[in-house]
Design a protein around this ligand. Sequence first.
Ligand code: AFP
Length: 337
Amino acid sequence: MDQTESRRTRITTVIEHIMEQQRAHPTATGEFSVLLGGLTLATRMISASVRRAGISGVLGPTGEINVQGEVVQKLDELADQTIQRCLGCRGSIGILASEEVADPIGLKRKEGSGKYIVIYDPLDGSSNIDVNVSVGTIFSILQRTGVGNDPDSLTRDVLQPGTKQIAAGYVIYGSSTVLVYTAGAGVHLFTLDPLIGAYILSEENVRMPEAGKMYSTNEANLASYPEGIRKYLAWCKTPEAGPFTSRYIGSLVADFHRTLLKGGVFIYPATAKAPQGKLRLMYEANPMAFIAEQAGGMASDGKQRILEKEPEGLHQRTPLIIGSKQEVQRVCDMCSE
Ligand code: AFP
């Protein structure tokens, strides 16, 4: 078998892939692969729960309202606990920060360990679970800059701009379960084989199309969108723009995944209901922006590159315009006119 053929027929698991990438870094200790191993275990468990939700009594709300003021679904809680159980015992992680928890959780570690921070949305799009629409887990990984375990030190460590992420990814629980990650050297896509319980490489170095005639936004909010966004959406419908099509699921992971593979633009701007935007900077916009840029796309809040925004709070919201470079740039240009 020649090299090209062996590469084509070779089966690579996500852990092998991460380890291969790590070997390229002479200072790598292997701790990072162990951390990602915890995340892949957690998402395999969440995938199993999502697949069986209708028969295991975990559909519907818990009756609680989370720190965002949103209804907590039983699967939100289950996914959060699963991630905490799978990551809480990995010595390399010093801080966990979740959409479902008000403050970062400091994990007691031996001196010199616990250098990583994992910020995550355990089950994004969870209001869609009951109607069997794709949902997902999103994660962002940073490095600790301090050592203190008091609330102020933990918060200070977590509030780093997206440019400091060392890895980010998401898992989409769709018609199949797919993991997409970047560690700063391209974007790689894996499909979960449910029979053997392993994520297998499906596509290496995924590229987002430079342009794409698809826009994705909740147009019911159009009347309160900023003028530049309204102008762009009106332009999309002109003959000059060419035939655009519109797709909106209302589950960021699903809307982003389609945009990554097919191109186009996803827009969630400031609205009357959400004057700062609805999506969360630290565990929705930043990880997706890192992936978009690594795949050749772009992400902005209309004025600034998402990855350069200085965060002020763990649950801070932001407007988000993300997707193919050409379209994101066009929206930003119209916003600044
Ligand atoms: P839920 O997790 O409450 O379903 O919210 C999902 C979400 O944060 C994001 O995944 C979607 O892109 C966005 O909200 C949809 O918001 P609208 O329902 O306002 O369009």
